[in-house]
Design a protein around this ligand. Structure first.
Ligand code: SIN
Length: 474
C-alpha cells in the first residue's frame, strides 16, 4: 500500500519518489512512503508553528478529549496496526498488538497528566510582591523515532507534548514508517485541528537537518543511537534547541546466588528476547554468581530452546526476523568473535533460514569482557552468560560501560538487592522484573544513554518551560 505524508491536514508526497518498505521475514515490498526532504520539513514546521497558538490556548481538558479519542481509536484498530507493524519490521504479532496497547497507554496517561501541570506560588520576601511560577508549553516539537517501536516511541513523545500544549512534527524511521502513517490517519479521524500533528517521511539527514537549523522548532525529542545523539547535541548549539535524547544501551542482568531460579530465568527471557532482542533495554550481558551459574545456564538454555522462531504473523511465534542484513551480520559477528575467544554455544548459534533474516535465539557461556558482545550493543537474540564470584565484581563489570540505560537484578534478599542497586549507574532497574517499562514511570538513561526522561511526571515536564512572574501589589 502507498502511504503519504500529512502536513497541515493535507496528504503530501504523491508525486515524490517513494521508499519501498521491505518485510525482513520474506523480502517482499509491503508498502511505500514518500522520500520527503527539506521542502516538506519546511512545510511541516510552518504548519506546526501556525497551529501552536490555537492549540496552546485550549484548556488541558479540551486537549485531553482529543488524546482520549485517539487512545480509543488505537485500541479499536489494534489488529490492523499490529499487522502492519509486523509486516514492516518483523515484530512477532502478539508483541505488535502489545505495542499498540503500550502506545495507547501513553495517550491515556498524559491526557490526565496534562490537567496537573500546576505551576507554583512562592512566598515573597517583600510585602508588596507576589511571586508565581507559571508553566508554558515549549512550542513546536519534532519527534524523531526509531524502527524498533514504530508506534510506542511516537506516543511516548507526542502524548505529553500535545497534552502540554505543544504542536508536533513526527519523523519516523524509514525502516518502519507505515505504522506511523496509519497512526496519522487515526490522528486525522480523531479530529485534531490542522497542523497540530504533522507527519514527514524520508531522508533523515535532510528533514532533521532542516528541523535543527530552524529556530521555530523549540524542541527535538529523539530515540536512536548514541552516535546520532551526539551529532544532534552539536547541531542544537546554534539555536539552543531543547533536547530529550533516549540513546543506546548495554544492559547488564545480574543473578545472585540467592535468586529464585525460575524468576531469574523468566526475567532473562523477557528482557533478552522481547522484540527478537532489538530493544534499547534488552539484557546485553548476563552476570551470574558462581553458586547458581551451572543451574542458571542449564535452565535458561532449556527455556530458550522452547522459543518458537518463524513467520512473525503466526501467533505462536516468539522470535521474528532481524530488521535488516546489517543487523543479522552484527549478530553473527558477535557470536563468531565470542566463540573465537573461547565462549561456548549452549543453544542456537546459527542463522535460521536463508530467505528471511532469522537467527536462532542463542545462549553462550564462559564469556568474558574481552569479547565484543560484552561492550557493543548487539540488538539481536544472543544471550552471553559470564560467571562472577562476588557482588562487588558484578557491580564493577555492570558499570564498566559508557551506557547507563537499563539494568536487571535478581535476588530474593532485600538488603543485598538495595545495596547493589544503589551502586548501579543506570536510569532504569528491573529487580526480579525483566519488563519494567510503563507509561507512568520515567524511562531514560544516565551517561551516554541520553538526556532527560520520557514517561511519568518527568515526561511532561520535558515539554514545558517555567516562567517566573513577579507581581507588584500596592
Ligand atoms: C526502546 O527500546 O527504546 C524502548 C523499549 C521500551 O519502551 O521498553
Amino acid at each position: 500500500m502507498k502511504y503519504l505524508m500529512t502536513i497541515n491536514g493535507e496528504s503530501v508526497g504523491e508525486n515524490l519518489e517513494q521508499i519501498d518498505i521491505i518485510n525482513p521475514g520474506t523480502n517482499e515490498v509491503v508498502g511505500s512512503v514518500p522520500n520527503g526532504g527539506e521542502a516538506e520539513a519546511e512545510r511541516a514546521i510552518e504548519a506546526a508553528h501556525n497551529a501552536f497558538e490555537g492549540w496552546a490556548d485550549l484548556t488541558a481538558y479540551d486537549r485531553a478529549s482529543y488524546l482520549k479519542k485517539l487512545n480509543d481509536l488505537l485500541i479499536e484498530n489494534k489488529e490492523a496496526l499490529g499487522r502492519v507493524m509486523t509486516l514492516e519490521m518483523g515484530k512477532p504479532i502478539t508483541q505488535s498488538m502489545g505495542e499498540v496497547m503500550y502506545g495507547a497507554s501513553f495517550l491515556e496517561w498524559y491526557a490526565e497528566e496534562g490537567k496537573r501541570i500546576y505551576g507554583q506560588t512562592v512566598p515573597a520576601h517583600l510585602p508588596n510582591k507576589r511571586m508565581q511560577v507559571w508553566k508554558k508549553p515549549v512550542g513546536v516539537v519534532a519527534a524523531v523515532t526509531p524502527w524498533n517501536f514504530p508506534l510506542a516511541m511516537l506516543t511516548r513523545k507526542m502524548g505529553p507534548a500535545l497534552a502540554a500544549g505543544c504542536t508536533v512534527i513526527m519523523k519516523p524511521s524509514s525502516e518502519s514508517p507505515l505504522t506511523a502513517a496509519m497512526f496519522m490517519d487515526l490522528i486525522e479521524e480523531a479530529g485534531f485541528p490542522k497542523g497540530v500533528v504533522n507527519l514527514v517521511t524520508g531522508s533523515s539527514s535532510k528533514i532533521v537537518g532542516k528541523i535543527m537549523e530552524d529556530e521555530r522548532v523549540r524542541k527535538l525529542t529523539f530515540t536512536g543511537s548514541t552516535e546520532v545523539g551526539k551529532l544532534l547535541i552539536r547541531q542544537s548549539a546554534d539555536n539552543v534547541k531543547l533536547l530529550s535524547l533516549e540513546l543506546g544501551g548495554h544492559a547488564p542482568l545480574i543473578v545472585l546466588d540467592d535468586a529464585d531460579l525460575e524468576v531469574a530465568v523468566q526475567g532473562a527471557i523477557d528482557s533478552k528476547f522481547r522484540n527478537t532482542g532489538q530493544t534499547c533495554v534488552c539484557a546485553n550481558r548476563i552476570y551470574v554468581q558462581a553458586g547458581i551459574y551451572e543451574a542458571f545456564v542449564e535452565r535458561f538454555s532449556e527455556k530458550v530452546k522452547e522459543l518458537n522462531v518463524g513467520d512473525a504473523l503466526d501467533e505462536s511465534v516468539d522470535i521474528g526476523p532481524l530488521i535488516n542484513q546489517d543487523g543479522l551480520e552484527k549478530v553473527m559477528r558477535h557470536v563468531e568473535d565470542a566463540v573465537g575467544k573461547g565462549a561456548k554455544v549452549v543453544s542456537g548459534g546459527h542463522r535460521k533460514s536463508e530467505t528471511g533474516l532469522y537467527y536462532e535465539p542463542t545462549v553462550i557461556r564462559d564469556v568474558n569482557k574481552s569479547m565484543v558482545i560484552m561492550h557493543e550493543e548487539t540488538f539481536g537474540p544472543i544471550a552471553p552468560v559470564q560467571k562472577v564470584e562476588t557482588v562487588e565484581e558484578a557491580i564493577k563489570l555492570a558499570n564498566s560501560t559508557e551506557y547507563g540505560l537499563a539494568a536487571y537484578v535478581f535476588t530474593e534478599n532485600v538488603a543485598r538487592g538495595m545495596k547493589l542497586i544503589e551502586k548501579l549507574d543506570f536510569g532504569i532497574v528491573g529487580w526480579n522484573d525483566g519488563a519494567p517499562s510503563a507509561a507512568q514511570v520515567p524511562f531514560g538513561g544516565m551517561k551516554e544513554s541520553g538526556i532527560g526522561r520520557e514517561g511519568g511526571a518527568e515526561g511532561i515536564e520535558a515539554f514545558v518551560e517555567s516562567q517566573y512572574v513577579s507581581i507588584g501589589v500596592k
